[in-house]
Design a protein around this ligand. Structure first.
Ligand code: MG
Length: 393
């Protein structure tokens, strides 16, 4: 089995949504290494027009979408290559996902815009390489019915690892998933110590190179809670069958344990270009310039239980995942607002979980029905989170 490219030359024609972010940049790096196997045909960015125009020229793309409509008159657009069409606004980003001549859409958009793009991609029958967390955390109930094993490839290192551990297996014979976690920069801290942490300290993540929002989420362990919800949707297992374990070396990227007690682990260097490339190369594997693990010098692998009392964001996210329906949407929106406030120096790191908890307690969960409904829950939860931040004083 395996998907086939629609092109006679065997080259994947890809759209990269969120092209100037951390994942987008590393995706383009993979494309540069494999020009015979990957052709970038479209790019979407939010507001980095100058960078986008540079990339459009480099890759000779035919379509560019700028999410921020206020950039229509950006002088940098004069530098677009001949024949490159440009559109503005969320509609233009969604359209890129549906264009003929695109085989795969790599969705590394930030936030809720990513959910609409994921939905459009799968509706259009394209392969979705997914790096946008909201698509599954918030919209898993809408996205998963459209997806198959062959059309939804996770890009996140943990989910790519789990996907690979499932290859050749009967999913019904899986006993549980071991979702690994670096522990973040504040592992071992007490609640009081955590309250004193600055944004600068939180942004100095030990292992992976990532954008600021996910870096803060990694430091509060919210990111791991979001990933548990994603794993629950992607692999159709209950949230409580996703067991989180801290693996500080970030060498084991996750594991799947089967009913007979056998455990398959996925190991590799902590370099996002490896899972990104797998999403593009599947069902094949290509050479990589990434560093390789040398077990002779690796030394040891450590494992710890997460501290659910100190890192309450993790506990809250798992609760939201168990509740399901619109609760993860409310939880995620509240977290986004609180993280932005922390980055702006307007609250403490430990206020993030306080805000999330307040919003979750006030939210009345309903089954997920539509993107429009989720947008309403998102907006309402953001208002509630802003009010909760004000109430902190
Ligand atoms: Mg991850």
């Amino acid at each position: 089995m395996g998907r086939s490219c629609s092109n006679s030359d065997g080259c994947q024609r890809i759209a990269v949504l969120g092209a100037t972010g951390s994942i987008g940049t590393q995706t383009l790096d993979v494309a540069r290494r494999h020009p015979d196997l990957v052709k970038v045909v479209s790019l979407a960015v939010n507001s980095h027009v100058e960078k986008a125009v540079c990339l459009a020229r480099e890759f000779g793309v035919g379509n560019l979408a700028i999410g921020d409509e206020s950039r229509r008159d950006d002088p940098a657009l004069a530098g677009l290559p001949a024949g490159c069409r440009v559109g503005f606004g969320p509609e233009a980003v969604r359209e890129l996902a549906q264009l003929d001549g695109t085989d795969l859409v790599l969705n590394a958009l930030m936030g809720a815009a990513g959910l609409e793009a994921s939905y459009a991609t799968l509706k259009a029958g394209k392969v979705l390489a997914l790096a946008n967390k909201e698509s599954l955390v918030v919209g898993g109930d809408l996205i998963m019915p459209l997806a198959t094993h062959e059309t939804l490839l996770p890009v996140d290192s943990e989910h790519s690892a789990i996907y690979q551990c499932y290859l050749g297996e009967n999913p019904a014979e899986a006993y549980r998933i071991w979702l690994t976690c670096s522990g973040g920069p504040f592992r071992g801290m007490t609640r009081d110590e955590l309250a004193q942490v600055t944004a600068e300290q939180a942004l100095a993540h030990p292992t992976w190179t990532m954008g600021p929002k996910i870096t803060i989420d990694s430091s509060t362990l919210m990111n791991k809670g979001l990933e548990a919800i994603e794993a629950h949707h992607l692999f159709n297992v209950p949230v409580d069958k996703v067991k989180i374990v801290i693996q500080p070396q970030s060498c084991i990227h996750s594991m799947v344990e089967y009913v007979d007690g056998s455990i398959k682990a996925h190991l590799g260097a902590a370099d996002m270009r490896i899972p990104i490339q797998f999403a593009l190369s599947y069902p094949h594997r290509w050479e990589t310039p990434c560093p390789r693990i040398d077990f002779a010098t690796l030394g040891k692998l450590d494992f710890f239980e997460p501290d659910y009392e100190t890192f309450r964001c993790l506990t809250l996210a798992l609760d939201a995942g168990r509740t399901g329906g619109t609760m993860p949407c409310a939880m995620s929106a509240a977290n986004e607002v609180a993280v932005a406030a922390f980055l702006a120096g307007r609250c403490r790191l430990t206020d993030i979980d306080a805000v999330v908890q307040t919003v979750m307690e006030a939210h009345r969960t309903a089954p997920v029905e539509s993107i429009a409904q989720l947008e309403e829950v998102d907006a309402e939860s953001r208002r509630a989170a802003s009010a909760a931040l004000l109430a902190l004083g």
